[in-house]
Design a protein around this ligand. Structure first.
Ligand SMILES: [Zn+2]
Length: 154
């Protein structure tokens, strides 16, 4: 059975919020609190540790299974079934539903829904194929609904 059209807008260039220099982050914290030099050293150590601990992970909203990395976000300007959605270059710990053709706002696409490997929550979809040349950059990429993923301790 054919699904109703899913909203899907072409992404606008996305500023990479992830690349905010560490100095800017420190300054923003300093503006919030009147920190002493000792306090500043603590902040620097904490931020450096956060950088070293590893990538920022998004988890399944239902079971906290790790499913994608913040660094893999290509665009935050997508619309899912339930609001905002992000386009990711990679996904992990997900299973794919059957491929199906869907008429989206930006044309005909072959997509497959993606589910959490552990709890089977529907998290978004994978673009298998795009008809139009301008949309082909989405092929092999993943949409995760913002409402279905949660930041894991960051
Ligand atoms: Zn899950």
């Amino acid at each position: 059975m054919r699904q109703p059209p899913t909203q899907d807008v072409a992404p606008t260039p996305n500023r990479n919020e992830n690349s905010a220099p560490i100095v800017a982050r420190i300054l923003s914290i300093l503006r919030l609190r009147n920190l002493s030099v000792v306090g500043l050293r603590v902040v620097v150590v904490v931020l450096m540790a956060a950088e070293l601990v590893g990538p920022r992970v998004y988890s399944c909203c239902n079971c906290r299974n790790h499913i994608c990395l913040h660094d893999d976000i290509i665009s935050k300007a997508f619309q899912g079934r339930n609001g905002r959605a992000f386009l990711f270059s990679h996904a992990m710990n997900v299973v794919m539903g059957p491929k199906e053709d869907r008429q989206l706002m930006t044309g005909l696409h072959t997509v497959a829904d993606i589910y959490c490997h552990d709890c089977r929550e529907v998290l978004g979809w994978k673009y298998e194929r795009a008809d139009e040349e301008a949309q082909k950059y989405k092929e092999g990429k993943f949409i995760f609904e913002k409402s279905k993923i949660v930041k894991e301790n960051w």
